[in-house]
Design a binder for this molecule. Structure first.
Ligand code: MG
Length: 249
């Protein structure tokens, strides 16, 4: 190759590189234009609610809940910063409907169930129903055997938890639930719903696809919608709840 040819090839290579660089730069600028800047918010500390959460229960009253039966005020027992399932009353639900969300809820199963030698599904049973339809089981699963897809952290009757992260009855435990609601077009399922669940900070359900409603779902919950109230189950055991907040996604 003589010097003239070398100069020609060098100039061509430089031109191609410059062209490619401009192309990449323009592409990334265009891509950036499609993104929106993440909203600034304040995270909560030690399980407390982040600044953009809807507080469903903090203390004092169950004003954000109602009976599922007739919309009457939720009449579970409230004591300070906790509320407790009251046997003989109904399931309760939020007044507001939710779809895609991040839910934090703390719960504690009663020691007196253990003292009364209740066992299996009869010991500390309650449940957190997203959209009133899909239950994450609440149960005393500390030294209390039952069917695997019915223990604490299970998507009831469908998926057992990945591990049993249960604490003793009387201790406060936490669920952090990421829920993607199913979507519909003209009442026909378009995309399925999904659950990811942490129990006491441990992953117990990893992006599990939800199908039909779990058993004991709210039978009045309509089909083909993507937002419905959150329901808490009265299974006759005096399970307590506290620090309930939700972030719509
Ligand atoms: Mg239950």
């Amino acid at each position: 190759m003589n010097f003239k040819n070398f100069k020609f090839y060098l100039n061509t290579a430089l031109f191609v590189c410059l062209f490619m660089f401009q192309g990449i730069k323009t592409f990334s600028q265009e891509k950036e234009k499609e993104l929106t800047e993440p909203r600034v918010m304040q995270p909560g500390k030690n399980g407390k609610a982040p600044s953009d959460a809807i507080i469903l229960f903090d203390k004092g009253s169950l004003d954000n809940f109602e009976s599922i039966k007739d919309g009457a005020p939720a009449n579970w027992k409230v004591r300070g910063r906790k509320f407790t399932v009251t046997p003989g009353t109904t399931d309760i639900q939020t007044k507001q409907a939710f779809g895609d969300c991040q839910l934090h809820i703390e719960w504690s199963t009663p020691v007196k169930d253990v003292k009364a030698k209740k066992e299996g599904q009869g010991c500390g049973n309650s449940g957190v129903y997203l959209m009133g339809k899909y239950e994450i089981q609440v149960l005393n699963s500390y030294n209390n055997k039952t069917y695997f897809n019915g223990q604490a952290g299970a998507i009831y009757s469908k998926f057992p938890p990945l591990v049993n992260a249960s604490l003793k009855p009387g201790k406060w435990q936490a669920y952090d639930i990421i829920f993607t609601a199913p979507t519909y077009t003209n009442s026909i399922l378009k995309t399925p719903g999904y659950f990811t669940v942490f129990h006491n900070g441990v992953l117990v359900q990893n992006h599990k696809e939800i199908g039909a409603p779990t058993t004991s779902a709210n039978k009045n919950a309509p089909e083909g919608v993507s937002k419905l109230p959150l329901m808490l189950q009265n299974h006759g055991n005096e399970v307590s709840y506290r620090n309930v907040w939700i972030r719509e996604l």
